[in-house]
Design a protein. Structure first.
Length: 273
């Protein structure tokens, strides 16, 4: 562990009978923020990795599930995101090495990694490189190869995050309040962070998938995901064994927010196997 590594709890808040801790860890001189909950006793830890331009708040509905899941839950703000310092990292590989070092800083042994979208790519990259570090994988709305729309990259390069893209992240019949919250969240995130992340996604290609064949994996997709369509699960299912595929109806790309209850039940069942 680096000499300057330290973890300090700065505040706690109560949510749904869970105590959510809001600490920081020192990573290469930068303060990295994360949220965590733990039941009275737990078997393991679930580390939640958000998607492009996201932050740990995207896992708010999962952070309340520690007692039911029997696991400590940690949701981290990647470098340059949310309340974490530093610039965003330029490649999925760089992010995966950050997560590896984050695990070491928290002194965790073989956590379950849960990744949404870009976060799923990060978890797969780490698992393919260091499979012995990972107990299980939970991949939500992710792919082994992303195709970022040219119009989105052009808008980001021009300094604008188009609200239309945020709307596409939700199912067509999603609650309007959720969509408005998503747009407001996006407005708080620098466009440069989105651009860096989407360029990293554009360049990502899953390698060494054979190394992950012994890691139990849950694939979760929204049936109406317009950013990472369900067909993306096909290639993942070929690469990941053993695996379980769960499709959540009437949900889009932000499935863990749109349909938190069925998502949480699917994860609970998977963790108990």
């Amino acid at each position: 562990m680096p000499k300057d590594a330290s973890v300090a709890s700065v505040v706690t808040v109560s949510a749904a009978r869970e105590l959510i801790r809001l600490p920081y860890v020192n990573w290469k001189g930068k303060r990295i923020f994360y949220r965590s909950t733990a039941p009275t006793s737990y078997n393991n830890t679930v580390i939640c990795i958000h998607g492009a331009g996201g932050n740990s708040r995207h896992w708010s509905y999962q952070l309340t599930m520690a007692s039911q899941w029997g696991h400590s839950i940690v949701a981290v703000d990647l470098p340059g995101h949310g309340q974490s310092e530093g610039p965003p990292l330029e490649t999925i590989s760089d992010y995966s090495r950050f997560v590896e070092e984050f695990i070491q800083l928290l002194k965790l042994e073989r956590p379950v990694l849960a990744g949404h979208s870009m976060g799923g790519a990060i978890t797969m990259e780490l698992a393919s490189r260091q499979p012995e570090l990972v107990a299980k994988l939970i991949l939500i709305g992710t792919a082994d190869q992303f195709m970022v729309a040219p119009w989105l990259l052009e808008s980001l390069q021009a300094g604008e995050m188009p609200p239309a893209f945020i709307r596409l992240a939700y199912a067509g019949n999603a609650d309007g309040k959720l969509i408005e919250q998503g747009i407001k969240e996006a407005e708080r995130t620098p466009v440069s962070v989105y651009l860096t992340d989407f360029l990293a996604c554009q360049a990502f290609r899953l390698s060494k998938a054979d190394a992950m064949t012994q890691i139990p994996c849950l694939l979760l997709f929204g049936a109406e995901d317009r950013l990472t369509p369900l067909k993306k699960a096909d290639s993942l299912r070929k690469a990941l064994h053993p695996h379980r595929l769960v499709v959540i109806e009437k949900a889009g790309h932000m499935v863990m927010i749109e349909k938190a209850d069925p998502v949480n039940r699917a994860i609970e069942e998977f963790l108990q196997v």
